[in-house]
Design a protein around this ligand. Structure first.
Ligand SMILES: [Zn+2]
Length: 309
């Protein structure tokens, strides 16, 4: 625990140092979360650098902008984010940017029909208060859109189109980058689908309701989540329900996250045969670059596999 905290502090210090260092008029794409940086850096590869606002270890669910983040967004050529329901902390700053300097993924006409409803329909009384908590509310739709290969493709296309407008002299490179991204994604999609096939029927619980797009796309069988909003501890009734299913051996695994390791997961699994795994919905350790999004999907696949198989 102590070790994790100091690592977090180190990252924070590094982030502060580097953000003051990169303060320049140099053109850049700035994304909210890291996986969007994976997509953007593939498209902008060799054209301009990509920067991620959220430092490693932070979660979009409880992030507050630092003054340096605000200047970074202001000086960015293109800002890529999901939208106000995911990154509420960015809403004000993005509103000040001209439309050709931002991509709001959830608002793209090509993405809207692909959005999944959130799992807000389980009305157990324990988490009724979540609906009053507006600080971070997921709204009607699941906003973890970077976990959808289809939405990632549409996001890549949208970033490509904006960058072609902004730097038309680099159109050739941008076109080549987009087709590299799309080819890689098509191959990975096929490959990962066949790797995951043997565990499609294995039941499991995830810590927070983030993985719907990935699970639906690859036909996985989640039994549920501990919480919709990771900032809110699951209620007693929900924990009891999960515990019952673990005792009845309906689940093979429970998954925590590097960003959230609540003791509640360990407590619920105690004395059962269920395995503990980790899923990282933000790909914290993966470097940005042409193939980083595919690496992210592969890492997540391996995280599922290593616990489920
Ligand atoms: Zn989330």
């Amino acid at each position: 625990m102590i070790q994790k905290k100091s690592v977090k502090r180190m990252f924070l210090a590094a982030a502060i140092l580097s953000s003051s260092a990169v303060f320049s008029t140099q053109a850049a794409v700035v994304t909210s979360v890291r996986p969007l940086g994976f997509i953007a850096s593939a498209i902008a590869d060799g054209v301009m650098p990509t920067e991620v606002l959220l430092p490693d270890g932070a979660s979009p669910h409880d992030f507050a902008l630092r003054p340096s983040d605000i200047s970074r967004m202001r000086s960015a050529d293109l800002v890529v984010w999901v939208g106000p329901e995911m990154e509420a902390f960015m809403t004000k700053s993005v509103a000040q940017l001209p439309p050709n300097r931002q991509v709001e993924i959830a608002a793209l006409p090509t993405v809207k029909p692909l959005l999944l409803k959130g799992n807000d329909d389980e009305h157990d009384h324990d988490h009724a208060h979540e609906h009053d908590d507006d600080d971070h509310k997921h709204g009607d739709y699941n906003m973890h859109v970077w976990l959808s290969p289809e939405i990632a493709r549409q996001t890549a296309i949208a970033i490509h189109n904006q960058l072609v407008q902004l730097v038309p002299q680099k159109k050739q490179q941008l076109d080549a980058n987009l087709s590299h991204f799309e080819d890689g994604l098509t191959k990975a999609d096929k490959n990962l689908g066949s790797i995951l096939q043997p565990v499609q029927g294995k039941g499991y619980f995830v810590f927070h309701d983030a993985y719907g797009y990935f699970e639906k796309h690859f036909g996985l069988s989640p039994l549920g989540h501990f919480t919709i909003n990771p900032e809110i501890q699951p209620g007693a009734q929900r924990l009891h329900l999960i515990r019952t299913q673990l005792v009845e051996q309906k689940a093979t695994c429970v998954f925590a996250e590097p960003q959230f390791r609540p003791a509640v997961i360990t407590a619920v699994a105690q004395g059962t045969k269920v395995r503990m795994g980790t899923l990282d919905p933000l790909g914290s350790s993966i470097a940005l670059g042409a193939d980083s999004y595919v690496n992210f999907l592969s890492q997540l696949t391996n995280q599922y596999l290593s616990c489920l198989k």
